[in-house]
Design a protein around this ligand. Structure first.
Ligand code: DC
Length: 229
């Protein structure tokens, strides 16, 4: 029996949403929909076209040119931009900033509604983002809101970078983490606000295995008796 559950996973940057979403999708036989990739792809398109990603009018004017498709192969998502697989070109620090800028533009959020809601309507998904439980999938079977303390997130980032041989200081990363949190809190469009019926999961002191186990536990509570064929 294939489960058609809809799981929403929201939370601030760097809490580990994508890692958890991927693990949950595998565990539950669902498709992992990474909505941040859509904002990143809009950022990529605008940057390539020389459009200032902070200029809401300029970005909005170019949106009609953008054709986006989400495709899934062996459980992994690709974004096609006007037919081209964008691959890892949306994963650079520059594209993180561009995505953050375009995601604050109402016209961009509006533009991305249909593609996200179409994926949600099919069911059988775990979707991660900032507004999944509130805007994209308010009817989700379970809504998780993943958080971790700034120090825990900075430590993970520090270990990730040093493992790659990047020289950095923990204090600097912690400062950047706090600054990003502040910027995210200040923006008045689609901040990461938990849905009223969201379940909080704080993974500051949990490793990935423990986080997945706790998330499955919360999902099981919410989805009990909701098995769908
Ligand atoms: O999750 P991510 O880092 O790939 O997201 C990139 C940017 O897009 C980030 O600044 C938050 C924003 N975003 C959003 O506003 N709404 C979503 N549903 C997903 C991402």
């Amino acid at each position: 029996m294939k489960r058609q559950w809809k799981i929403a996973l929201d939370g601030p940057s760097g809490a580990g949403k994508s890692t958890l979403a991927r693990a949950l999708a595998k565990e539950l036989g669902l498709i992992y929909v990474d909505t941040g990739a859509l904002y990143r792809t809009i950022g990529l398109y605008m940057t390539r076209k020389g459009v200032d990603v902070k200029d809401a009018d300029a970005v909005a004017a170019r949106l009609p040119e953008v054709r986006l498709e989400l495709v899934y192969k062996n459980g992994s998502q690709s974004v096609l931009l006007c037919g081209e697989d964008v691959g890892d070109s949306i994963r650079t620090p520059e594209m993180s900033l561009a995505a953050s800028a375009v995601s604050a533009i109402p016209a961009v959020r509006e533009f991305l509604l249909d593609i996200q809601r179409d994926m949600a309507a099919k069911g059988g998904v775990v979707m991660d983002g900032r507004d999944i439980g509130t805007v994209i999938m308010p009817d989700a079977d379970a809504k998780l809101f993943l958080v971790a303390s700034p120090a825990a997130r900075a430590k993970r980032r520090y270990l990730e970078l040093t493992a790659k041989g990047v020289e950095c200081s923990f204090e600097q990363i912690l400062m950047e983490t706090n600054a990003r949190d502040e910027a995210d809190r200040q923006r008045n469009i689609a901040p990461a606000v938990p849905a009223e019926d969201a379940l909080f999961l704080d993974n500051s002191d949990l490793n990935l295995t423990e986080t997945v186990a706790e998330a499955l536990n919360l999902i099981a509570q919410k989805c009990a008796g909701k098995a769908r064929s």
